[in-house]
Write a protein that binds this ligand. Sequence first.
Ligand code: ARG
Length: 464
Amino acid sequence: MFQNVTFAKDDQMELIKKRGELRVGLSADYAPYEFEQTVNGKREYVGIDIELAKKIAKDLGVELKIVNMSFDSLLGAMKTGKIDVIISGMSPTPERKKEVDFTDTYMQVTQRMIIQKKDQKKLQTAKDFDGKSIGVQKQTTQEELAKTELPNANVTSLTRVPEIIMALNTGKIDGLILEGPVGEAYLSKNTNLAFSKLEFANASKGTAIALPKDSPKLLNALNSSIKEVKEKDLIKDYKKKANTLMFEDGSFFSKYGTYFIQGVGFTVLLSLLGVVFGSLLGGLFSFMKLSSNKLLKAIAWIYIEFIRGTPLLVQVFLVYFGTTAVLGLDLSAFICGTIALIINCGAYIAEIIRAGIKAVDKGQMEAARSLGMTHKQAMNKVIMPQAIKNILPALGNEFITVIKESSIVSVIGVSELMFNAQVVQGASFDPFTPLLIVAVVYFILTFGLSRILGIFERRMSVSD
Ligand code: ARG
């Protein structure tokens, strides 16, 4: 008794009130319970658990602070006092109850096995999973479930749910276990996946809030908030809100739109730099190739043939690694990508310019010279003005080509359109939509540009 008085730590409630802030730990990889969304341009934590946390903070009369971490570090964080409670779709289990207390459950759930749609016929019962690999989140009840109910399967435990989904998508695992509502959320974004018919015998059925032991005041307060939530059927509203955030039409764009916009900016910038500086380089090399100096001619010839005879992908890597390994320079990926594009464009543009000049009728030079012009005068006043009319349209086409080709510099991590599409592929767990979007964006860019060039060409032919 005496000992109890001496060593009894404060009810966590006291601490929360004193601080004026409730620290809720969760793992925001669990739509519709908790996930990240951009709301009115701001990244926010949203979901059923977040709404519940907001209500509880309000009931306690304190501010709310969300602490996002991996699910397997939540219990430790609470034991070390970094967070006050855990609201993270956590199910009360006997093992956990040894360490922490749980409130009454606020939601009832089922456990589901998710598989690839093409395996739906093959993987229907526990036996079908013998020898198969099952993905689960580390230190969850799903991990336990896989080990006890599918003893002949190989269990792979990963830290974050998206990683497990990716593993299934790429065929690294054959199935994964998730809470029903979470499974539905991910299935909606991954149409190649489906639920298996498999049913678990002893699956955990509810989720509750975890809190430190020996905090009866906090436990009571939490339970009375939960009671009210149940009486008013608030979970239904929370779920609805989470669902609209998850499935909102504009949500993909409000979340990832900035990636695409930034990507377009870089793609256009890269292409412009490539074409503008490539033109300077190309101009130089075309004149070298046209000159009567054998050495200049040879250098130009080697450059043009080498660049046109090797893939841009190889050139990009050569510049990227070569500048460091051979030249000892520490250039950014963007600079390397730009240099590679300029060098590449230079060769093609050199040929464009040379062909443009060559296409001017020989008689033009002869006529100009017979009028008493020097070779230089004839070039500047007679040949070039006509050559430019041949060159400009081809240069426009080169620009269109570069817009598409610049996607290759994504391999070294330049955040242009293609690279950002790959980022969104990872972030949205949806490999297809981002690709579709960039295809359309590239098309709009190139088609728009070719229309604009068409207008210019028509203007030029009118001036003839
Ligand atoms: N209900 C399961 C458990 O208690 C999984 C919860 C996972 N939660 C999360 N936010 N990832 O272990």
